[in-house]
Design a protein around this ligand. Structure first.
Ligand SMILES: *[C@@H]1O[C@H](CO)[C@@H](O)[C@H](O)[C@H]1NC(C)=O
Ligand SMILES: *[C@@H]1O[C@H](CO)[C@@H](O)[C@H](O)[C@H]1NC(C)=O
Ligand SMILES: *[C@@H]1O[C@H](CO)[C@@H](O)[C@H](O)[C@H]1NC(C)=O
Ligand SMILES: *[C@@H]1O[C@H](CO)[C@@H](O)[C@H](O)[C@H]1NC(C)=O
Ligand SMILES: *[C@@H]1O[C@H](CO)[C@@H](O)[C@H](O)[C@H]1NC(C)=O
Length: 884
């Protein structure tokens, strides 16, 4: 038995302290154990944690992401598990309230304290607060949480409240009816991920002791009115259910520019609801002179302001304080009749759909975020989240869509987005299914939406709420053969996303747009009763677009759209990443059981090979077929996403298209997927390409079917491009010296895409032998990446020869904030396609997959390891595309 230290967290002024006992397993005063149903498996448990990570840590199962272990360890999800926490409290604080707080319970569970039931749970996204005052006793206490198998719980609910589909496709190796549970939908498998139907206490657990009330969270709305900001702050208070009335003083203070602290303070009295909650409101008026705007990445800084909120109760003089960082920006989603715009002829019919931030219409560049880990308890890992978000920022992303099949991400995630200027399109967590709308389901959804909107609302990064992922499209498109019951499903759809979720979101967060689905037609879907005739209508709202049958490098295949919130193409992860899942060389074939097991997208390898074969020649009998397939698949994906993204950016003229978020930023395991970053953090070629195709200033060519080339100048800045000169260099594949060059004068308005009034005609007789390079020089434009047109597929070009490449690491090592920057010099005697640099050393090349058209280039390599230039040089190896 251990003695327990009561952690005193809030002890301010002369107020009485609020006591909290942290029940994390990292705290030595509490012991957690887990146990299977019949007791045959037991061990030390982790809180926060989960059964898969506990079984892995205690050696009962192997590395869950290795080989076929997702299926081999599925028995875990069929059993039921009990977590028991034992703790000694020498003296129970003598307070009115003793609450057990479970921040995250995954998912269906019963909770007992010292043998008495105190409650049950059925939603992993809800914070449960149980009154345990009468159960707690001095000295030894036991908290027991018994989890029902999520697979069984989903099946049982489905028998009563079936909602399509019957199950996920067989190739997912998944489980059925995830839609019945308020649980991370992807934990039952997805087309990019394995099934790990987890159970456990995935977020912190603690006991709170107090007498009056606490501030559970705060919401804040800043509105710009003339020369000041109106800041409305709401303290969300929580007390004992028995309490009817709360009174006290509420005080807010905020530190503004110049070091000054502004404070407001008032007495209040409020009546509590049945669940013990109530609110206290405060208003502040802040001069615009002491506040700086928060900007999305690429458009300005991200100043954040400390807001402290303090509550002191009248009766017990207890004080409770919370603290958040907020930002000041205006943001609206503009949906206007495009036929009324002055640019009527080019904006097409329909409604615009764009984000106006601080008064500026901003084209949103970014990607889609899936959970950082398939186990929810590991998804908040600070290092992983940080690396992914910093990678997004480095690629000029200003928006990520937190996709509806995952989780509401950790506080850390949203704080980092605030700091990095990454706006969040936040889906609510419903995806690719019909959903039940029975009373029990709707009741728990209400609590979930309320708690999570209150928790996230103050973040300047949150830009828009969406009710679900693709469920409007799924019902209209009859994805799950629901047509015979269309009316029933539509009714349930409206009940869930419109009658239940929408009013809660709009009530708590009146300043932000809520769209019922993504994709949807926005206002047009609303007018059509929320299931529009054509949810993918490109003239309204957002669209998701995938087409694996056409050539994805050809920009002429893509339909214009208002806002591309998903589009993508698959590639394979690197062999290095695959080797973390299997050491079996015989697995590295497309038809191995391993490769088949990892590809969840039906027909997936075929689509990758078809796209590859359009541009590359690769014989199936090639001894390095698989290795080359991996490389070519990454080139194919990078080039496809470059083509499609630049098409959308070119279409920005007159607010036609105003967003490009490709699918998907990250991965949860080592498998073929649409990601730009592999599981483990290695950038695929796509992510390197994103750095260029999302560059703020870019010359972007479009090769037309006639072999003419249109040229667009993209200017994603708040200032114009004046007196710019675009250079078009014509290269013969045989040489790094251009054959000839054309100079074109070009200007561009701020935040615009302009089509240069001059096309390049490629001569028919030379298209086999030449390619074009585009670059820009303009006042105030520090850098703009090269861009290229390759008129015919690489497999058919004439004159590409084997280069002589020299790699030389220079001696000028520069220290950076968390490591060292090395300069790698690369020289070549001819053009090199997709030069891919690798090293076993830790770190990252700042550019990769390089098209080398200069005889000498340099690439930075950043690493936290200090090494000699010679050692780094020796470790570097590379490959590139060469015709077979
Ligand atoms: C306990 O349950 C497991 C399944 O989880 C089963 O394999 C095992 O045989 C059972 N053991 C006993 C002693 O019943
Ligand atoms: C390793 O290779 C063998 C055949 O050579 C295969 O049967 C087995 O499934 C592979 N194992 C894993 C973990 O991939
Ligand atoms: C805050 O301002 C709003 C109007 O914006 C008003 O309705 C509300 O009563 C004010 N609250 C307090 C506590 O002054
Ligand atoms: C825009 O064009 C449509 C037809 O293309 C026409 O009916 C409408 O009057 C035009 N609006 C303006 C403001 O010019
Ligand atoms: C490209 O270079 C090769 C070799 O020098 C030459 O034969 C060919 O004519 C050149 N092509 C063009 C279009 O200039």
């Amino acid at each position: 038995m251990q003695t327990l230290l009561v952690l005193i967290v809030f002890c301010l002024g002369s107020g009485v302290c609020i006591n909290v006992i942290d029940l994390s397993s990292s705290d030595s005063d509490v012991t957690w154990t887990f146990e299977s149903k019949n007791g045959s498996i037991t061990g030390r448990g982790s809180v926060p944690g989960g059964i898969y990570s506990d079984l892995q840590r205690t050696g009962v199962i192997g590395d869950i992401l290795s080989g076929f272990n997702d299926v081999a360890s599925r028995w875990v999800a069929y059993d039921s598990w009990t977590y028991t926490g034992r703790l000694t409290i020498n003296q129970i604080p003598d307070t009115n309230v003793a609450h057990l707080v479970l921040e995250g319970v995954d998912t269906v569970a019963f909770v007992e304290v010292n043998g008495s039931p105190v409650g049950s749970t059925n939603n992993m996204f809800v914070r449960y607060v149980f009154d345990i005052k009468s159960q707690l006793k001095a000295r030894d206490n036991e908290i027991r949480i018994t989890f029902v198998s999520p697979v069984e719980a989903a099946q049982l609910r489905s028998e009563k409240h079936f909602a399509a589909p019957e199950c996920v496709p067989d190739v997912y190796n998944g489980e059925c009816h995830a839609n019945q549970l308020r649980k991370m939908q992807a934990s039952f498998s997805w087309d990019w991920g394995p099934a790990f139907p987890s159970v456990g206490l995935w977020k912190p657990v603690y006991i709170e002791f107090y007498n009056s009330a606490i501030i559970r969270s705060m919401t804040s709305h800043a509105e710009k009115v003339g020369a000041h900001w109106d800041l409305k702050i709401v303290a969300h208070l929580e007390s004992s259910r028995k309490r009817k009335q709360i009174g006290g003083r509420i005080r807010a203070s905020i530190k503004v520019n110049g070091g000054q602290t502004l404070t407001v303070d008032r007495a209040f009295e409020s009546t509590t609801r049945d669940d013990g909650t109530s609110e206290a409101e405060l208003n502040m008026t802040i001069s615009e002179n002491v506040i700086s705007f928060w900007w999305p990445n690429g458009f300005g800084d991200q100043p954040l302001y400390d807001l402290h909120l303090r509550f002191t109760s009248d009766d017990f003089k207890e004080t409770y304080e919370i603290h958040k960082q907020i930002g000041f920006r205006t943001l609206e989603v503009v949906e206007e009749d495009t036929s009324l715009l002055s640019c009527n002829d080019t904006a097409g019919p329909g409604l615009s759909f764009y984000f106006k931030v601080n008064g500026y219409p901003i084209f949103m560049k970014g990607s889609n975020w899936i959970p950082a880990n398939i186990l929810p308890e590991l998804g908040s890992d600070i290092k992983t989240v940080d690396e992914l978000l910093v990678s997004a920022r480095e690629a000029h992303m200003a928006m990520l869509r937190v996709w509806g099949g995952g989780v509401y991400e950790s506080d850390y995630f949203y704080q980092r987005c605030d700091q990095l200027g990454i706006l969040i399109w936040q889906d609510f967590l419903f995806a690719c299914s019909m959903y039940p709308a029975d009373e029990e389901f709707l009741e728990t959804v209400k609590v979930e939406i309320e708690q999570n909107v209150i928790n996230l609302q103050h973040h300047p990064s949150i830009a828009i709420w969406a009710g679900n992922n693709e469920n409007e499209a799924a019902l209209r498109g009859n994805w799950y053969f629901t047509n015979p019951q269309f009316i029933k499903y539509k009714k349930e759809y409206v009940k869930l996303y419109v009658d239940t979720i929408k009013p809660i979101v709009e009530g708590l967060d009146p300043g932000r747009r809520y769209v019922a689905s993504s994709p949807s037609n926005g206002k047009e879907s609303e007018e059509e009763g929320y299931i529009s005739e054509h949810p993918y209508d490109p003239h309204y709202g957002d669209t998701h677009y995938y087409n694996y049958l056409l050539d994805n490098w050809n920009q002429n295949i893509y339909p214009k759209t208002r806002f591309a919130s998903e589009y993508g193409f698959q590639s394979l992860p690197s062999l290095a990443t695959m080797r973390t899942a299997t050491n079996n060389e015989s697995d590295f074939r497309v038809d191995s059981a391993y490769s088949v097991h990892r590809q969840h997208s039906p027909g997936g390898y075929g689509f990758i090979q078809d796209q590859m074969n359009r541009y590359f020649r690769l014989d199936k009998s090639d001894t390095k077929y698989f290795e080359k397939l991996v490389f070519y698949s990454q080139i194919s994906q990078a080039m496809a996403m470059k083509a499609e993204t630049e098409f959308y950016r070119q279409s920005q003229a007159d607010w036609y298209t105003m967003g490009a978020l490709y699918w998907q930023l990250n991965d949860v395991w080592q498998a073929p997927s649409w990601s730009g970053i592999e599981y483990g953090g290695k950038w695929k070629m796509l992510h390197y390409f994103a750095k260029s195709f999302f560059a703020p200033v870019l010359v972007s060519p479009r090769l037309l079917l006639t072999h003419d080339v249109d040229i667009y100048l993209l200017n994603d800045r708040l200032v114009p491009i004046a007196s710019g000169i675009i250079t078009v260099d014509f290269f013969n594949w045989t040489s790094t010296t251009p054959m000839r060059s054309i100079l074109i004068a070009a200007n561009a308005h701020p935040l615009s895409s302009i089509k240069v009034p001059m096309s390049i005609a490629l001569w028919k007789e030379e298209i086999n032998e030449v390619f074009l390079r585009f670059s820009l020089v303009a006042d105030g434009v520090g850098s703009s990446p090269y861009n290229y047109v390759f008129p015919i597929p690489f497999k058919s070009v004439k004159g590409l020869t084997k280069p002589n490449i020299q790699i030389n690491v220079l001696s000028n090592i520069k220290p950076t904030t968390n490591g060292f920057r090395y300069t790698v010099e690369i020289t070549t005697d001819t053009v090199v396609l997709f030069l891919w640099l690798e090293t076993q050393e830790p770190g990252r090349f700042e550019d990769n997959g390089i098209i080398v058209t200069d005889p000498r280039i340099t690439v930075n390599y950043v690493s936290n390891k200090q090494m000699s230039p010679q050692d780094l040089e020796k470790s570097i190896h590379y490959h590139y595309y060469m015709q077979e």
